[in-house]
Ligand binder design. Structure first.
Ligand SMILES: NC(=O)c1ccc[n+]([C@@H]2O[C@H](COP(=O)([O-])OP(=O)(O)OC[C@H]3O[C@@H](n4cnc5c(N)ncnc54)[C@H](O)[C@@H]3O)[C@@H](O)[C@H]2O)c1
Length: 425
């Protein structure tokens, strides 16, 4: 028990980039000030107690600027930062490095017996996914992934209508998510070579579709454009269009097109453009995350520094009606949920029932890695299709066998398929 009669959960953070600033930082600062409470685990102190990153510069600057808004965390950097971080007494580790570096940190944290949450996309291959799931299982800890769009009230409503059978049987749909040029041009310049905007953001919709509508993923195809972020014949993509075909339990199919880009002009009226349409047997859902009704003009400030159509639901900064300054939204709520799940496992009842609580939290398909299989399969497929295209072999189609988990890539006119993941067959 810590001071004031509350127990403590200590968190480690790997990577202190843009997403830390938008979601983890406001969560940890608020938790530092207020703690968390639940009648199952009582008052809980949550501390960010260790940070690991490549250079340690941002964490040092953050520590300086945050002052007493945050606990006095240990700051590890360089080659051994993650090993040092997981050797501390942290209970949980949040992995927010670029996505091709998630696996190594998550593996080290799980191997050290820490609960883990990974930013989307969790990992880039089914092999890595299997390894992390098995490790979490053997160490008796949670391994989860952040998909904050599932907590967006609009998406919760969509899922509720599907779940309750008001919207019946999805047949097809499209989603688009367009990021500004600043993302590909400066924010991610360090790691963008060889990467594509589909893996980075289509994954939000892969999960929304997979979680909301269910069914078995069958095929993935994709194309894209190059020439702005990198050379027109290189491995770095400006925009990507992918299509997934699913089969429902009744044998009928559904198809989804997902368009993504990270070269939208910076003076776009909203920071990120996000639109979806899903067509059902008996209805249509049209959603626009940017045009939710607000249009703001401030002379000399919109649309660059301030955005014209703002998403106040994801992560907004406010002066609350009661005077307090806050930063809140579903992007932050999703981090808090995970910490509550860990607290429930560790402190939500008698020690001898910990395993039951662990099982209960693992069964939550919205964030458990074990329920991320079809999403990771689609991401791995996309990466492989784009890699083939960059090598002059476009138009590949990947097939996923949901029963065995086998993933194979076929190219037009080529009889032999390339096995991307052998599956359990
Ligand atoms: N949920 C969302 O909407 C959302 C939004 C943005 C980013 N993300 C995800 O968050 C992750 C990070 O994105 P970001 O925008 O914060 O990126 P970023 O480039 O701003 O920051 C990455 C951070 O990771 C650190 N880092 C890089 N390699 C590392 C390593 N090997 N070990 C330790 N630290 C390392 C960097 O020093 C930096 O602090 C990505 O997986 C991304 O997909 C999610």
């Amino acid at each position: 028990m810590a001071a004031g009669g509350s127990s403590v959960l200590r968190a480690g953070m790997v990577g202190l980039g843009m997403i830390f600033d938008e979601t983890y930082r406001p969560f940890f600062e608020r938790a530092h000030a207020e703690g968390l409470w639940d009648k199952r685990f009582g008052p809980l102190q949550v501390e960010l107690s260790a940070v690991g990153s490549r250079t340690g510069k941002r964490s040092a600057a953050y520590k300086q600027s945050a002052g007493n808004k945050i606990a006095d965390f240990q700051n590890f950097s360089g080659e051994n930062a993650i090993d040092q971080l997981v050797a501390t007494n942290v209970d949980l580790v949040c992995v927010a490095t670029p996505d091709d570096r998630h696996f190594d940190s998550a593996k080290k944290a799980l191997a050290a017996g820490k609960h883990v949450i990974i930013e989307k996309p969790s990992v880039l291959s089914l092999r890595e996914l299997d390894e992390l799931i098995a490790l979490a299982q053997s160490k008796g800890v949670l391994a989860k992934v952040v998909y904050h769009k599932l907590l967006d009230p609009d998406h919760k409503k969509l899922r509720t209508l599907v779940h309750d059978g008001v919207l019946k049987h999805v047949n097809n749909g499209y989603c688009s998510l367009l990021e500004p040029k600043s993302i590909s041009g400066s924010q991610f310049a360090e790691w963008i070579t060889g990467r594509n905007p589909g893996t980075y953001v289509a994954v939000h919709y892969l999960k929304l579709i997979d979680f909301t509508f269910g069914g078995r993923l069958k095929t993935i195809s994709a194309t894209g454009q190059r020439g702005l972020v990198g050379p027109k014949d290189g491995p770095t993509w400006d925009s990507v269009q992918m299509r997934m075909v699913y089969e429902h339990a009744d044998g009928r199919e559904a198809a989804y097109d997902i368009h993504t880009s990270w070269v939208t002009p910076n003076n776009f009226p909203g920071y990120v453009e996000q639109e979806v349409q899903f067509r059902f047997d008996n209805g249509v859902w049209n959603g626009h995350s940017r045009k939710r009704g607000v249009e703001l003009t401030v002379e000399d400030r919109t649309p660059n520094e301030l955005k014209t159509t703002i998403n106040t639901h994801y992560n907004g900064t406010f002066v609350e009606p009661w005077g307090e300054r806050s930063q809140r939204g579903y992007g932050i709520e999703v981090i808090e949920r995970f910490v509550r799940e860990v607290a429930y496992v560790e402190k939500g009842g008698p020690a001898e029932q910990r395993n039951d609580r662990l099982k209960e939290m693992r069964a939550l398909g919205y964030n458990d890695l074990s329920a991320d299989r079809q999403v990771v399969a689609a991401v791995q497929a996309l990466e492989a299709i784009l890699e083939e295209a960059a090598q002059g072999r476009p138009d590949a189609v990947v097939t996923y066998e949901a029963e065995t988990g086998k993933l194979s890539l076929a190219r037009p006119g080529v009889a032999q398929t390339r096995v991307l993941h052998p599956g359990k067959g």
